[in-house]
Design a protein around this ligand. Structure first.
Ligand code: HEM
Length: 232
């Protein structure tokens, strides 16, 4: 705990913590996208429901994973916002005007909008969990029977949600924000964790961009496909 407090107080420590928490959040996104893509297995969403049920059946293990995820999210958001506020305080007049240094600093729209895209994602995640995990915006929770066992019909919830053009547009916007945030975030995490020397910078930037594009397009595919096809 003392070392966490010390890390939070030094600017290098804060960068390293944002990098580490960010990398774990990206791993979560990769696993989450892989799970979500089971929606498109040729069994009308049965695999997706089974996958969700498998996770729920993990019981206390799932709670521990969820608590770790919440801590990672909050820590990442807290440090990210505090880095942004400190930087803004250090150059109050024309923070928004500062120009790209080129080379390793890689300043661009993605890097300058990290705080904004990060806050959008934070708000999204709260609404998204209420939406799909707790079905807060559905009139009822649907169930289905698979192999004689009653399980939550998450496929039906997801398909129903993405029949609404406004939900699809909102998800499209947020999935693009995921891409913009990760485009700078993944690269920045590598650099903060000491992976960057001038030779590797371009390679790491390309890797960050590829990860961002694949995750963003992968998530984007789901609402758009379901809306256009009326189902999975
Ligand atoms: C089209 C894209 C997405 C779909 C269809 C989707 C679907 C779902 C569903 C159905 C659940 C509930 C799972 C359950 O109750 O077992 C869920 C949970 C969750 N999703 Fe997504 N998701 C999408 C994108 C995202 C994105 C981009 C993020 C993060 C930026 C995200 C973060 C989460 C989190 C944190 C949970 C809670 C996990 C847990 O508590 O176990 N999702 N998602």
């Amino acid at each position: 705990m003392a070392s966490l407090t010390a890390a939070l107080q030094s600017s290098v420590g804060r960068k390293i913590l944002t990098g580490i928490t960010g990398i774990f959040l990206v791993i979560f996104l990769v696993v989450h996208l892989a799970g979500n893509l089971t929606l498109f297995a040729p069994d009308q969403g049965e695999s997706f429901n089974l996958y969700a049920q498998f996770l729920h059946d993990l019981g206390p293990l799932l709670w521990i994973a969820e608590i770790i995820l919440v801590v990672l999210f909050l820590l990442h958001a807290y440090i990210g916002i505090s880095i942004y506020l400190r930087r803004k305080k250090a150059r109050p007049e024309n923070y928004h005007l500062y120009k790209s240094q080129g080379g390793p600093s890689k300043q661009n729209f993605a890097s300058k909008s990290m705080a904004v895209t990060g806050v959008v994602l934070l708000i999204f995640v709260v609404l998204h969990i209420l939406h799909f995990k707790y079905q807060a915006f559905s009139p009822e929770t649907y169930y289905t029977t698979i192999n004689g066992e009653e399980v939550k019909d998450l496929t039906r919830h997801v398909v129903e949600a993405f029949q609404n053009i406004w939900v699809v547009l909102a998800y499209t916007f947020v999935m693009l924000m995921v891409g913009v945030h990760l485009k700078h975030g993944v690269w920045s995490a590598f650099i903060s964790l000491g992976a960057g020397n001038p030779k590797k910078t371009a390679v790491l930037y390309t890797i960050g961009t590829i990860v961002a594009v694949l995750l963003s397009l992968g998530f984007l595919f789901i609402p758009i496909y379901i809306y256009l096809n009326g189902g999975v």
